[in-house]
Design a protein around this ligand. Structure first.
Ligand SMILES: NC(=O)C1=CN([C@@H]2O[C@H](COP(=O)(O)OP(=O)(O)OC[C@H]3O[C@@H](n4cnc5c(N)ncnc54)[C@H](O)[C@@H]3O)[C@@H](O)[C@H]2O)C=CC1
Ligand SMILES: O=P(O)(O)OC[C@H]1O[C@](O)(CO)[C@@H](O)[C@@H]1O
Length: 386
């Protein structure tokens, strides 16, 4: 049986990647630092996944186990013996798992093991490439050269909405029916075994930008605008006409840019947006705005879902006023339980909103998009929203 090691037994790990890997005949070993999840997966060797649809179809994922991410020896041994390694831990966590992956690679190289693909399934452009940089920082020059021909890090785009779970069974996970997992095959070794349900493409950039700048831009727009209005869930935010209109218009801004940049068919892209708006409204899901808005510093970073499409749109002659509005709302996301929101608010207090915006987005203070954000930021005093 083929063996996959998957880092992160969380919502995407269990509800999406682990499920597809298991469906493709892999025995999946999850690596996680949540000892409750690890203990239960080891004990039961299975878990259930339900679809958020009318019939709540449920499947049991079998042939799984887990090891603790704190057990460096076991993790390295698992990576050394794996046929495939995947991650869904959060892009900021990749650096923390890199050391153990590097130890596993070192062992593989010494044993002359088969080539290995390592795929980071995170919401980021070049997630696997980022992981590779972290892993390579733990290898010496000779090991890096050997790894170049034995280990590949294909980038990927992953799309499936999996909200925070509130079940009695900590392993059970409810997911939206839709999914899309696209992997860059251009850096993969010949003769790889395809995972069922994965779409392999020669050029990933159009797929990752379309996904990140539509699904994730739209979702975080609903989250930040909803939060600003004191709304708790994405479903309620999307029921608010002004918010839904703003989300839609923000997606028109990214859409025009994407259609131009990648020569997408405009009508098909419009349908893609409409389908995504419907996914946000899925009445069988309850998705908290504070989950979807989590990590605002990451979401405001230059290569992420707001700044990158806004600047690309601006460069192409499109005024990204709605995207700027979402950035302004993100600056007002003061959810105290989110460490990045707390850091952002502290920076706004210390430096002022304009300088904080520049610090996290790298948009210079004299840039017209900076001005658009600040204009909206001032208009959106907490008592004077949308
Ligand atoms: N939830 C969603 O709808 C989607 C999430 N994503 C991406 O998937 C990734 C994971 O997101 P979720 O599953 O929602 O988060 P999650 O918080 O449910 O899962 C992350 C898991 O990683 C584990 N983890 C943290 N540090 C670790 C370490 N050092 N070693 C091993 N495991 C560690 C956590 O304990 C947790 O179980 C993120 O990059 C997210 O952007 C992508 C598409 C959809
Ligand atoms: O960690 P992030 O980037 O907020 O990831 C979660 C996001 O990804 C999505 O699943 C979209 O694929 C949304 O549910 C959510 O907005």
């Amino acid at each position: 049986m083929m063996r996959a090691v998957h880092f992160g037994a969380g919502n995407i790990g269990r509800g999406f990647i682990g499920l597809l890997l298991s469906d493709s005949g892999y025995e999946v070993t999850f690596v996680d630092v949540n000892e409750t999840l690890v203990g239960l997966l080891r004990e039961r060797r299975e878990y259930t996944v339900s679809l958020a649809n009318e019939s709540q179809d449920t499947v049991t994922v079998r042939g799984v186990t887990a090891i603790s991410g704190n057990d460096a020896e076991q993790v390295a041994a698992a990576v050394a013996g794996a046929d495939l390694v995947t991650t869904a831990v959060g892009v900021n966590i990749l650096k923390f798992i890199a050391g153990n992956i590097a130890s596993g690679i070192r062992r593989r190289l010494a044993a002359g093991a088969a080539p290995l693909h390592i795929i980071a399934c995170e919401n980021a452009i070049g997630g696997s490439t980022q992981l590779k940089e972290h892993v390579y920082s733990h290898l010496n020059e000779e090991e890096r050269q050997q790894a170049d021909s034995r280990v590949a890090f294909p980038d990927a785009a992953v799309d499936r909405i999996v909200p925070l779970q509130h079940h009695e069974d900590p392993l059970h996970v409810t997911v939206e029916p839709f999914y899309e997992w696209v992997v860059d095959r251009s850096s993969m070794f010949e003769g790889f075994e395809p995972v069922k349900g994965v779409h392999y493409v020669q050029q990933l950039e159009p797929y990752i930008e379309r996904k990140l700048f539509t699904v994730n831009t739209g979702h975080c727009s609903a989250a930040y605008l909803g939060y600003l209005q004191g709304i708790a869930t994405i479903q309620e935010a999307m029921a608010d006409e002004a918010i839904a209109r703003h989300v839609r218009e923000a997606l028109d801004e990214t859409g025009k840019m994407l259609v131009y940049k990648y020569s997408f068919n405009a009508e098909e892209h419009t349908s893609y947006i409409a389908k995504i708006m419907e996914r946000f409204r899925n009445p069988y899901l309850t998705d908290e705005v504070v989950r979807v808005g989590r990590s605002p510093i990451r979401k405001l970073s230059p290569n992420d879902r707001l700044v990158r499409p806004a600047l690309q749109a601006f460069a192409g002659g499109i005024e990204p006023v709605r995207l700027a509005g979402v950035m302004a709302a993100a600056l007002r996301f003061d959810y105290a339980d989110d460490p990045e929101a707390a850091e952002l608010q502290a920076a706004v207090k210390e430096l002022g909103a304009g300088a904080a915006l520049t610090r996290y987005t790298s948009i210079p203070e004299d840039h017209p998009v900076h001005e658009m954000v600040m204009k909206q930021y001032s208009a959106w005093k907490p008592s004077n929203t949308l």
